[in-house]
Design a protein around this ligand. Structure first.
Ligand code: APR
Length: 232
């Protein structure tokens, strides 16, 4: 079982959230941009900001960390063994790298949902032609991401719990491990007897708990690790 965060997409040029200088939350106030209240207050500004992030993601390519995880998933699948990749990222770079059945804990930037009728559509064209996007019913459309104060998608939570029940090896990669519920997954996996590993450029609140804490860039560590440990 693997859980990834913004650090895995950093080497693809996507800013993380909590980097003290370059992180999104160092430059923008999440209360003004990543809450349902902010969207209700100012849907145009929120939509422009998410469209800016979409343009960054549209121009980004999967990096060696994404590719290594796609190989690993394929390897496990070929051996009929369980492999679950959960991500907090909304950029779909795992899928662009070839990963399948990715569990998107926080939704995605590429699907937009009407706040009136609830209908969802994939939106790949960048940039948008209107702010905010309007549904045929007249409702304003929002990104199908999980904002602060919102619940995660039921199926994503169920997939996470099912994987935690049975995983033997748990990886936490490129996440600061401060946002729940993902922040508790390593602890839960460990409590259930799994071996746990973390890959991060810096120590996190779970580093001491992990059986292996590998400090460095995911794009540098993962390809070699996957090759040496799994022979891929
Ligand atoms: N390789 C490995 N780790 C990295 C790299 C890299 N190349 N670059 C940065 N990191 C690490 C940072 O040290 C940090 O611990 O990735 C982590 C990124 O942390 P955050 O910016 O907090 O991102 P994340 O953990 O994914 O945030 C969780 O918070 O804001 C919400 O919904 C948003 O999904 C997001 C959630």
């Amino acid at each position: 079982m693997v859980v990834t965060g913004a650090g895995v997409s950093a080497e693809s040029g996507i800013p993380t959230f909590r980097d003290p200088l370059e992180g999104l939350w160092a430059k923008y106030d999440p209360r003004e941009l990543a809450t349902p209240e902010a969207f209700a207050r100012d849907p145009e500004t929120v939509t422009r900001w998410y469209d800016w992030r979409r343009q960054k993601c549209a121009g980004a390519k999967p990096n060696p960390a994404h590719l290594a995880l796609a190989w690993l998933g394929k390897h496990f699948q070929e051996q009929n063994r369980c492999f679950t990749l959960l991500t907090q990222n909304v950029d779909r770079l795992h899928q662009a790298a070839g990963s399948r059945n990715v569990v998107e804990l926080h939704g995605t930037l590429w699907i937009w949902r009407c706040t009136r009728c609830g209908i969802e559509h994939e939106e790949r064209e960048v940039p948008f032609k209107e702010y905010p996007l309007r549904c045929a019913c007249g409702g304003a459309r929002r990104p199908a991401v999980v904002w602060f104060g919102e619940l995660l998608p039921d199926d994503a939570i169920q997939n996470a719990h099912d994987a935690l029940e049975s995983c033997d090896l748990f990886f936490s990669i490129g996440t600061s491990a401060v946002v729940e519920p993902a922040a508790s997954f390593l602890h839960t996996a460990r409590r259930r007897g799994a071996k746990t590993a973390e890959i991060n450029r810096e120590p996190t609140p779970v580093s001491r708990m992990a059986d292996w804490s590998l400090q460095g860039s995911a794009g540098e560590i993962l390809p070699g690790l996957v090759q040496r440990v799994f022979g891929i």
